[in-house]
Design a protein around this ligand. Structure first.
Ligand SMILES: [Zn+2]
Length: 276
């Protein structure tokens, strides 16, 4: 899934109607949006479960085998606000405001997670981004993520296993870190920083992305966002308790995608944390 990219050009129908924002699966050229069109680059869902192959000969650590003192926290507003999320960019002031929000978000993510070539400054964080990626197991499936957010996912799995037992769900395919940025508009996907995870793209579609998601039976008719996916609502609640932002809230309705927008310094206490 991460290696397949398609580009489509959509006519810009208006900020709220088109609801283009970036995600793992779509990227909108927001500058173009102000000129009447939006270029969307998207990766189609995997036809086969797309688990990440561990790069280490060692078995990936199991997330749930570590008891931790987990801090609950909300996603940070300034990172959420940097999302495009269908915002109108009808004038230069609005565009500048959004670009400033993206620049702040890139600086923060660079300082916290590492420098991605071409975005921000190497001087902000000289620790290589790629060297901080680790493969772990989440519900038995390997996924590659930044070491600083792995404790947060560990907290999530522990809570899911204790708090969502009435709504059993077993993921079949995960996707985490990607080496290449899929955005065209000057922003960087959170998959590049290794702080985003997709869960079952085929079962939890992005209904306002490109095909084949848009034609998914789950996306047809009048349904709530939660009714368009297989993942239980309980899972959304648990992820959100530990600093993950769910893109199902976003205009694209990207229900498979969670990204850690909390403070990595506040993830966990004791041995669950991974410091820089
Ligand atoms: Zn994603």
């Amino acid at each position: 899934m991460a290696n397949l990219r398609m580009q489509v050009l959509l006519v810009y129908l208006g900020a709220t109607a088109l609801a283009c924002r970036h995600s793992t699966h779509e990227k909108a050229d927001r500058t173009a949006a102000t000129n009447g069109s939006v270029s969307v680059d998207a990766s189609p869902p995997a036809t086969q479960p797309s688990v990440v192959t561990p790069s280490s000969p060692r078995s990936p650590a199991t997330l749930s085998d570590s008891s931790s003192l987990c801090n609950e926290q909300a996603p940070q507003d300034f990172l959420v606000n940097a999302h495009f999320n269908g915002r109108p960019l009808a004038n230069a002031g609005a565009l500048r405001e959004w670009k400033d929000a993206v620049a702040r978000s890139i600086r923060y993510r660079t300082e916290q997670y590492g420098y991605y070539s071409g975005f921000g400054s190497y001087a902000w964080n000289k620790k290589p981004l790629h060297s901080q990626m680790r493969t772990v197991k989440f519900f038995g499936l390997p996924v590659r993520l930044h070491e600083r957010v792995i404790p947060a996912l560990r907290c999530v799995e522990t809570a899911l296993r204790s708090d969502c037992t009435q709504f059993p769900y077993q993921p079949r395919a995960l996707s985490g870190r990607r080496e290449n940025n899929t955005y065209l508009d000057g922003d960087v996907s959170n998959h590049v920083y290794g702080i985003a995870i997709d869960i079952d793209p085929l079962q939890n579609p992005c209904c306002n992305c490109i095909e084949p998601w848009k034609s998914s039976p789950r996306c047809q008719g009048k349904k709530t966002d939660l009714e368009r996916m297989d993942m239980p609502a309980c899972w959304i609640s648990v992820f959100e308790r530990f600093g993950f932002y769910w893109l199902g809230h976003d205009a694209l309705k990207d229900t498979m995608h969670f990204e850690f927008l909390g403070d990595p310094e506040q993830v966990a206490q004791g041995d669950a944390g991974v410091s820089r």
